[in-house]
Design a protein around this ligand. Sequence first.
Ligand SMILES: [Zn+2]
Length: 374
Amino acid sequence: MHGTVCTLGLSLTAAAALVLAGCGDDGGGTSKTTGTTSTSTAPSNAADSLDAPEGGNDDLPNTDADGTAASSGGPGSTAGSTAATDTADTGSDTDTGDDTTGGKVEACADTWPEWINGTACGDEPALQVHQVSPDTVIVRQSLCTNFEAPFIYMLFGTDRVLIEDTGAGGVQIAETVNGVIDQWLARRGRKSIDVVVVNSHAHGDHVQGNAQFQGLPSTEVVGTGVNAVSDFFGIDTWPTQTVQYDLGGRIVDIIPIPGHQSSHIAIYDHGENWLLTGDTLYPGRLYIDDFAQYVESINKLVDHVEPLPLCQVMGTHIEMTNTPGDDFPFGAPTHPDEHPLQLTGAHLTELRDAVNAMGGNAVYEEHDDFIIFP
Ligand SMILES: [Zn+2]
């Protein structure tokens, strides 16, 4: 990796919890929704000390509990009977994409778990909770519960936590998510935080758990259609307008990217310097509903992240194996030797170049880390 590494607050404790103090959250504005274009604050200096775990989230009340005493297992460790929290994250380090789409990466999540892969049904949890950093969590649904095995993202700000996607059904996702939230609150001595549930897109394997959140206190579930998404985030001109949404000291850019599905959004997170791409780009089969829109959306994503620091490109499934160009069969119940979840800016530009070269007609095309699958 190159770029400027700002803080790597490594605390490998007895529980081997790794805490990454990101420094992307450098206060990029506070307005709730603004403007037609996301304006990103240039990364602030990387002067935070190398071992100060609070480097990235200085707007949050504390991160020290995580950074210095993560041995308690971190949030989610008791997050519901069906969940398990990673405590010994080893596994694939993947380089970051800062070399392809510009911007300086300050600190990137760089340690990833062995994701549950359906090979130990009966032993593996229905939901796996991975604490990326004090304010970021990824949840994976087990293949043993649904072959889609989608990923769910939790992004905490000081005012609200954004939940992206709710799984493919058949699991107690709200119980697990709320368990994570409870522990986050407990570490900060807080009683509540607003919860916003939004979907990357409206396909069933990403929205099935929405109903579990309906009616919960301090919780809003954003509808799945274009109008509902636009109304909630203040998007006046879908899909050309990108807006910013403030979680409280943590800005996310909401980027409409129809093509795989008409109400699909991407989220650029200024906290982790992540681009969350849903089903539009992930290590798997990229199904395309409207190719013209898809191409426009991919072009837009490249343009969007070009001036920004970009650590990883994170999607919502894994369907590739670790063998380049090789995917698991559709509906495969197990994923031994899975490709890592995280992709890079290089993959995004690779996809852009590929779909633009198709001249308006999508064709099946295998790449090492994804398959264009019209
Ligand atoms: Zn989908």
